[in-house]
Design a protein around this ligand. Structure first.
Ligand SMILES: [Zn+2]
Ligand SMILES: [Zn+2]
Length: 302
């Protein structure tokens, strides 16, 4: 602990740290945006990015709270994008036009509800009499998805556990499977750019290879999450070196969802504030050079 060791009388000022990956109750986190900001302050962070899944709806409340305690809240989002058969998370950081993201995401949320309604209709036709209320009771305010349908099935006694629910009903190729309408990685990156932010590949782990990151950089990716609780020391070293080599911006954070111990505690994984400042600079530069060049698919052009 700096300051208490007794050795360095002329101690440097404490390092300014940022946690650039956190979730609140606006998605699947346990703490409200205001509570998250208080905890970030208590953890000694200089800045915190709120990166809820597929929504920026918590940012305004986080900013109000931040004004009281004097830390920076970075407007962010964690988008789920498709890549082949898998799901990839793309962080949008330093968003300046969060409402642009929100309206595009609203359309996706509506698609999710339609999907749940379709799954429900199929389940009912199969003789499984769960209701939309059962599903909504599981989803709460979170973006509705198959896990909520699975939990509704478990609660109503139609499945032993989530695995059973997916194996018998909800998994790909099973009777109540309905494909999800999702963003491609390129869509996610463009959406983030259109909202004035930088696009960062979240927690790539071992999948974060030079070839893959090179390809994603060509698709417009700005950065890569180097520090994340799921990353090994080897991942972190490799990703840091690749970020340097490809001029991708490094990022990192705890991916806090409410944990009170371990590496996923708010601020337990953090990065120098300079990383965030470099991201903000890149975002501003892009806005200066590319403003107004791109519009959302389906956006009105009239
Ligand atoms: Zn993620
Ligand atoms: Zn996350």
């Amino acid at each position: 602990m700096s300051g208490s060791g007794g050795g360095g009388g002329s101690a440097a000022p404490p390092p300014r740290r940022a946690d650039l990956h956190t979730h609140s109750t606006a998605s699947d986190g346990a703490a409200s945006p205001a509570c998250l900001v208080e905890k970030a302050c208590a953890a000694g962070l200089t800045a915190v990015a709120l990166t809820d899944h597929d929504t920026v709806s918590g940012v305004a409340a986080a900013r109000v709270a931040a004004a009281q305690v004097g830390i920076e809240v970075i407007a962010g989002v964690e988008l789920s994008a498709v890549e082949d058969d898998g799901e990839v998370h793309i962080l949008g950081l330093h968003l300046t036009a969060a409402e642009t993201v929100e309206s595009a995401l609203e359309a996706l949320r509506e698609a999710r509800v339609r999907r749940a309604v379709t799954m429900l209709a199929i389940l009912n036709a199969l003789g499984v009499p769960i209701t939309m209320d059962d599903i909504m009771a599981q989803a709460g305010s979170a973006a509705i998805g198959r896990p909520h349908v699975a939990r509704a099935l478990i609660t109503r006694g139609w499945a032993k556990d989530e695995r059973d629910a997916f194996d018998r009903f909800l998994g790909a190729g099973r009777p109540a499977y309905v494909a999800k309408q999702r963003l491609t990685i390129a869509d996610a990156i463009r959406l983030i750019h259109d909202a004035g932010g930088v696009a960062v590949l979240a927690h790539p782990g071992r999948q974060g290879t030079l070839a893959r990151l090179k390809a994603l950089r060509s698709a417009g990716l700005d950065g890569v999450e180097v520090r994340h609780p799921s990353h090994s020391a080897e991942d972190e070293a490799r990703l840091g070196a690749i970020a340097d080599a490809l001029s991708l911006l490094p990022s990192g954070g705890s991916d806090w969802h409410g944990a009170t111990d371990g590496l996923r505690v708010l601020g337990a994984v953090s990065v120098p504030v300079e990383w965030s400042e470099r991201q903000a600079l890149r975002a501003r530069r892009r806005q200066q050079t590319e403003s107004g060049q791109w519009s959302l698919p389906g956006a009105s052009h009239s």
